[in-house]
Design a binder for this molecule. Structure first.
Ligand SMILES: [Zn+2]
Ligand SMILES: [Zn+2]
Length: 408
């Protein structure tokens, strides 16, 4: 097998594979030309989050048993002795980066079970410590734990970048029954390091699943900011692709309200200032409308701040101005925070009273919210100092109230 050959070439005694997709548990022999390895593998019924450990045959004889703790942790319950040469081993006390919440939990777990984390007992070049790299940010997130008394038996621990294993496994564009690729699944689970590796191995980033979602739709749906960042900066994915509901990735963001949605929106706009923010889905909803109907106030504020159109009406005649919501507080807040005149809306009917425009009923606009209105619905006049409109201009009743109460 290709993996066994890679292990032989690199003179590796023990090798852990993550995210394998083999079902159930088992042990088997895998041989390269010169070396014999024993593979202990552990999967789940769903064939997700699997785990495999290759051990050189000589050492494998001393493995007493495998104890499964959970899908993420496996304990090698045996004596793994004898060094092989060819490795520089210098004892350091070195990890990488700052420790976070999860880092503390790893240390707590290790301590309470009498493990030590082998990776940080060896001084390494940076690229061998870092197992997740995305643009300027990098972290060490994979650890190899052994029982403390056995630590001195190990001479080196090394993370081999994902390329090797993916190339050994081939079939990078295989799909599930819902036509999801590995990229869709990595985006769904928020595995940004895997997304990065898949892109580096030329996976088809524009593959669509059976509801026409590409990887960006999926990352937005689940609110994975890090994944969106990798997709936008490391690939040339179609950023305005439409799914079966006519949603572009930002519509998905508005439809699935997540805490990170506004940060993801800001990231989109920073990366693509010309993004068509006012584009509507198959029902005529803009991302602002979807975010508003879902009550995602931080996303609404981010969209308004960017200068989106406010007055858009969907196919059912609903807009953010007439939507049946419990309180108009968010709408007030959005109008109050306007810093520049939003784009004007157009149409054949007044957006407030629905009268049809014609020879006697002329079109007007509220100079504050940009809505298309008849003269009766934009009868009040007031200067708008924040827009540098010092002479009185037409505004709707709602904007008149907002401007009167405004702190600006
Ligand atoms: Zn009107
Ligand atoms: Zn108005």
């Amino acid at each position: 097998m290709e993996i066994a050959e890679m292990l032989e070439r690199r003179r590796i005694d023990i090798c852990c594979l993550q995210e394998t997709r083999w079902k159930s548990n088992g042990v088997c022999h895998v041989n390269s030309d010169k070396e014999k390895y024993k593979l202990f593998w552990n999967g789940q019924k769903t064939a997700k989050n699997g785990f495999g450990v290759f051990v050189r045959e000589l050492l494998a004889q001393e493995v007493l048993g495998i104890k499964r703790i959970n899908s993420r942790l496996i304990e090698l319950n045996g004596h793994v002795g004898e060094k092989t040469d060819g490795f520089d081993n210098v004892h350091g006390g070195f990890g990488y980066g700052k420790r976070n919440e999860d880092g503390n939990r790893i240390f707590e777990f290790a301590e309470s079970h009498g493990f030590c984390l082998l990776n940080i007992y060896f001084r390494k070049r940076l690229e061998h410590l870092i197992t997740y790299k995305s643009g300027p940010s990098a972290t060490q997130i994979d650890f190899f734990a052994v029982k403390q008394p056995h630590r001195r038996l190990f001479k080196n621990v090394k993370v081999i970048p994902g390329e090797s294993c993916i190339l050994a496994g081939a079939h990078i564009n295989d799909v599930t029954s819902h036509k999801q690729t590995a990229l869709h699944l990595a985006c769904l689970h928020g595995h940004s390091h895997i997304v990065s590796i898949l892109i580096g191995n030329n996976i088809n980033v524009n593959a669509i699943d059976d509801t026409l979602n590409n990887a960006l739709h999926v990352a937005c749906q689940y609110g994975h900011l890090d994944v969106v960042k990798v997709l936008l900066t490391q690939s040339d994915i179609n950023i305005a692709s439409r799914n079966s509901k006519g949603y572009n990735p930002l519509h998905v963001l508005g439809h699935h309200s997540k805490e990170s949605s506004s940060l993801i929106f800001d990231l989109f706009i920073r990366s693509f200032p010309q993004y068509p923010v006012d584009q509507v889905d198959a029902n005529g909803n803009s991302v602002l409308m979807l975010a508003y109907f879902n009550g995602n106030s931080s996303l609404c504020r981010a969209i308004v701040k960017h200068g989106a159109t406010l007055g858009t009406k969907n196919k059912e005649g609903m807009s953010i101005f007439n939507a049946p919501v419990a309180t108009k507080q968010l709408l007030f807040k959005m109008l109050d925070m306007l810093k520049k005149e939003p784009p004007w809306t157009d149409g054949e009917n007044c957006l407030q009273c629905d009268v049809k425009f014609g020879l006697t009923t002329r079109k007007h606009h509220c100079r504050h919210c940009g809505r298309l209105l008849c003269s009766r619905c934009s009868a009040k006049e007031v200067p708008i100092i924040k827009f540098e409109l010092t002479k009185p201009v037409r505004v709707c009743d709602l904007c008149f109230d907002v401007l009167s109460l405004s702190s600006h």
